[in-house]
Design a protein around this ligand. Structure first.
Ligand code: HEC
Length: 197
């Protein structure tokens, strides 16, 4: 298993992708374009009561190595909340990541923090399954509790096992079942991101 899975990851990395326009949207924008994007959310968003949102588009997912590396994962925040996001990641007591945080372990998967109220079930995280190639990123699936990865694993099912104080972030010590990859294998997959120069 542990020898086959990394190979599968690299094969999937060769899949073709397209790009789309970027969006650091306000909730007013969300009201206009959320029908498809958040169709899998638990309930209709209360757009009137919320603040800033980050409704990620395919083009928002670029070379994973451009992010800030924290232990095994990479983190970015296109809304300018990077320092706050890094502070949460480095806080042993956990915490809630700020809106706009994009976290990736491997190029083909991402978690994005949406606006407060997006989904109480998923702690306002949106899960993404991505296809990546040298020409960019394609969104295969996005949502809260129904997104599965390229191996058929449900993102939320695994990540919801993390201790509540860690905001659905698993890492190696937060209570999720471990992945069958070593940190070295994860790093190798990150280095092989076809979108990186
Ligand atoms: C089999 C359980 C499982 C599935 C399915 C799964 N993950 Fe994870 N994920 C983990 C574990 C465990 C880690 C921690 C890996 C490590 O650091 O060793 C992780 C790490 C991550 C990270 C880095 C932050 C963190 O939580 O440590 C992101 C982002 C992530 N996964 C997103 C996803 C997305 C998106 C999907 C679905 C497309 C997904 N995962 C599916 C278990 C899973």
């Amino acid at each position: 298993m542990s020898r086959i899975l990394p190979f599968c990851l690299l094969v999937v990395l060769t899949a073709c992708g397209t790009t789309a326009s970027s969006s650091a949207a306000t909730t007013a924008d969300v009201a206009a374009d959320s029908a498809v994007d958040i169709a899998t959310a638990d309930a209709s968003p209360d757009v009137a009561a919320t603040g800033t949102d980050f409704n990620a588009q395919a083009s928002d997912f670029t070379c994973i190595q451009k992010g800030t590396k924290i232990r095994n994962f990479y983190l970015t925040n296109p809304l300018g909340n990077l320092d706050a996001a890094v502070a949460v990641a480095n806080n042993a007591a956990g915490g809630q990541y700020p809106v706009g945080t994009i976290i990736q372990l491997i190029p083909n998967e991402a978690m994005v923090k949406r606006f407060k109220g997006f989904s109480a079930t998923s702690d306002d995280w949106e899960f993404f399954s991505l296809s990546t190639s040298a020409s960019g990123t394609q969104i295969l699936q996005r949502g809260t509790t129904a997104v599965v990865n390229q191996f058929g694993g449900n993102c939320f099912d695994c990540h919801s096992k993390a201790d509540a104080k860690f905001d659905l972030i698993c890492e190696e010590t937060h209570g999720c079942a471990p992945l069958p990859f070593t940190a070295d294998t994860i790093a190798a997959v990150q280095s092989a991101d076809p979108r990186c120069p």
